[in-house]
Design a protein around this ligand. Structure first.
Ligand SMILES: [Zn+2]
Length: 453
């Protein structure tokens, strides 16, 4: 783009979302194309990695992963950049297939607090487009929308998300146009090796239990594969180790909230348990589990307000076995997505993780033993007591005994094949890290964070 201005250097934050559709294309790939162009310009400094921010996974009108992208740059020709962004968003979004792209641009060093709050809500609640627009007007965020413009919500939320707390990285490699739609040929043994050799610095590369490669999607989209991990160096070097024969377009490293359980950080109180929300609930089991067809486990809990909720543990999570051993009175924490249980018009809690905090005693009443003979006494009929059939000794009532429980305290997590983008893998507990945002201080990015082959 022509370098017209004598503008002062300023920080601009660029958020976009919903540029893809079920049929293909992908918001992260658009980010790759935009960065590809901006990296060639002079006078542009990236002040953070491109952010890939996964929002509330329970929103049904999302496309695939509900991921929005934010780019933060310092530049002295923002006007031309905005012009370029508008053009590429229009031409590269999958508008014909139902994409509803939104673009948000904010200028300034500091992200206003209300925008950060908005972003927090977009992680676990349903946010309306009107709210995004109203906030944009209040904070002088420039927004642009196409189609129904739903992408404006994610675009705003991605800007407001500084990912100052726990975060991870993903190196995403993109296919050349001529290969789109053809099967991805990845060497399973290389992926498995990377998975083993980089543990615990990568996650969700390979599912050992089901012998499955987890780094590649299967659809027509331009992502060839993505390696998720704790730092840019590890994801880049791991990506190089699984490079396919197929010529790729390039790759880019995103900083993300994937694998952080960010959507489950807030405790849902009674008034917040509404459809499509996410969070965790501390509760007591009030109806013991039943296993239904398909191996899903259903039970009931109540929270501190004594309101009762049905709970579902779906078979693919692998949590059914432990959930089926719960009993009335057990205290648990569950990370949940709330959905509508349509036939009953009630909300149902779908479990994403299960933490057993306190195990209730299982007390059962059984016939007494005879002191002399050691034999179990027989009932003489209702309210008639019990008698030993050998010596004739009598007792009035049953005795209570405590049954041993085949269950332990602890946290239980889904299989990695059932992981959502935001699901925190077990081994990441204790590996949380920070990325403090300090205005006017630009952190150095890894020199290989972006590559075009
Ligand atoms: Zn006896």
């Amino acid at each position: 783009m022509p370098h017209k201005g004598t503008e002062d250097s300023k920080v601009i934050h660029i958020g976009f979302d919903d540029t893809d559709s079920i049929a293909g294309r992908c918001t992260t790939n658009l980010a790759f194309k935009i960065v590809s162009k901006l990296k060639n310009e002079t006078g542009i400094t990236f002040i953070d990695y491109p952010l890939l921010v996964r929002l509330n996974p329970n929103i049904p009108w999302k496309t695939r992963g509900n991921g929005a992208v934010c780019l933060r740059i310092k530049t002295n020709h923002s006007a031309q950049i905005i012009e370029f962004l508008l053009k590429i968003l229009r031409s590269e979004s999958d508008l014909l297939n139902g994409a509803n792209p939104g673009l948000a641009i904010f200028e300034g060093e500091l992200i206003p607090f209300p925008l950060r709050q908005f972003s927090r809500r977009a992680m676990n609640d349903v946010v309306k487009i009107e709210e995004a627009e109203k906030l944009a007007a209040q904070l002088s965020v420039q927004i642009f929308k196409y189609g129904q413009g739903l992408g404006v919500i994610g675009a705003m939320a991605s800007i407001g998300s500084l990912l100052e707390g726990d975060h991870t990285y993903e190196a995403i490699a993109y296919r050349k146009d001529e290969f789109l739609g053809s099967p991805r040929k990845l060497d399973k043994s290389k992926v498995s090796k990377v998975d083993i050799n980089t543990y615990p610095l990568t996650f969700n590369c390979f599912d050992k239990i089901h012998d499955r490669v987890l780094i590649a999607p299967h659809g027509p989209d331009p992502v060839f594969c993505g390696i998720r991990g704790e730092d840019p160096q590890t994801v880049i070097s791991s990506l190089h180790k699984v490079m396919p024969m197929e010529k790729l377009e390039g790759y880019m490293v995103f900083r993300t909230n994937q694998g952080t359980n960010m959507h489950l950080q807030n405790e849902l109180s009674q008034s917040e348990i509404s459809t499509h929300r996410a969070g965790y609930i501390r509760c007591v089991v009030t109806k013991r589990p039943v296993i239904i067809r398909g191996g899903h486990v259903m039970f009931e809990v109540s929270d501190c307000s004594n309101k009762k909720y049905p709970v579902a543990v779906y078979e693919p999570t692998g949590l059914g076995n432990i959930a089926s051993k719960l009993l009335e009175g057990d205290n648990i924490d569950i990370g949940v997505g709330v959905s509508m249980n349509t036939p009953h018009s009630t909300n149902i809690l779908n479990v994403e993780y299960l933490s057993i905090l306190k195990i209730a005693k299982e007390i059962v009443n059984i016939n007494p033993l005879c002191d002399k003979c050691g034999k179990r006494m027989k009932s003489e009929g209702k309210n008639k007591g019990f008698q030993c059939k050998i010596c004739g000794d009598k007792r009035d009532s049953k005795i209570s005994v405590t049954n041993p429980r085949d269950i332990q305290l602890g946290m239980f997590f889904p299989y990695s094949k059932a992981h959502r983008h935001l699901t925190k893998p077990l081994h990441r507990f204790g590996m949380e890290k920070n990325y403090p945002h300090v205005p006017n201080i630009i952190k150095a990015l890894h020199s290989e964070w972006f590559k075009r082959f």
